[in-house]
Design a protein around this ligand. Sequence first.
Ligand code: COA
Length: 318
Amino acid sequence: MKIIGTGSAIPSKVVTNEMLASFLDTNDEWITTRTGIKTRRLRSTETLVDLAVSASRSAIESANIQPDEIDFCICSNVANNYVTPALSCIVQQHIGSHAPCFDLNGACAGFLDAMSVAEALLKTNRAKNILIVCAEEPSRFCNWKRRETSILFGDGAGAVVVTKGNDLKSLRLTTVPNRDVIVYQRRMENTPFEVPGVDITEPLIMNGREVFRMAVESSQRDLRLVIEEAGLTPDKIDLYLLHQANQRIIKSIQEHLAQPAYKFPTNIERMGNTSSASIPILIDELYSSGKLKKGDMLALSAFGAGFVTGAAVLRWSK
Ligand code: COA
């Protein structure tokens, strides 16, 4: 696999910590020191479909191909207001592609899941050019009366086009089943046969401390394993592109790996946690600003509800 195109789209609305403090019992100092987040982008006038379509179009244009040259489309999304059809179908209708497509929900690690599926499709000659679009609106499953969760997230979409190549050096996915550490239940229609109280739904609930601990432990373990599998050592990695959940989580992983801070670019301070879109948005930002050089070795790592994790080592050749 190799990445031949990148794109991203973020909402126009910038929401500062001070804006949140106007209706939540929180403040800029707490949010900044505990998370590193200063602003996030939240949907207001745009829909998630708008963001997903815009990121996809940019990635296809950046790949120098036409939409009808996409022969598979994978959309990573945790939740949106379309239960069916899949978001990938709706995106394809807008961009003018008729490729087979599906959505996957790998929580905040969905980009790594999509890369894994894409690699399998490419290796078995089922596709030549695959669009991966990660489109997320976590702001819509937060309880906006709860300061512990609603301050963390941002909305956005990141996309890549991948094709055959030898840039993916290693990839690892893991699951440690744990329903309770991060859980969001969406309300569904009641049937006349529903026994009251059986189907209780909850807004996003998270054990922040436990997620923090699991994130650091799993990410640094996964990174060591994929780096070793790629025949490298942590020193040989040029950039660590980590899921943007909390600046302190990123710093802790950096310290575990004994690597310099400059190798860990971030957008958490501007974007908040954009779930599975965070790594592809970061990749697009870095590529667009000339910060990815041909031959750079990238190590990717993400984690999320499940508890799921994913990591990979990828050579950059665009
Ligand atoms: N503003 C002000 N105070 C807040 C607050 C907020 N937004 N959110 C929580 N607090 C309070 C708590 O109520 C608690 O108060 P108490 O001591 O009086 O009980 C205090 O701050 C400490 O809370 P705690 O949860 O222990 O803080 P923390 O240092 O663990 O930071 C997180 C909380 C959520 C920022 C941190 O645990 C985290 O980022 N975890 C990972 C979450 C994550 O990444 N989730 C997504 C995974 S994909």
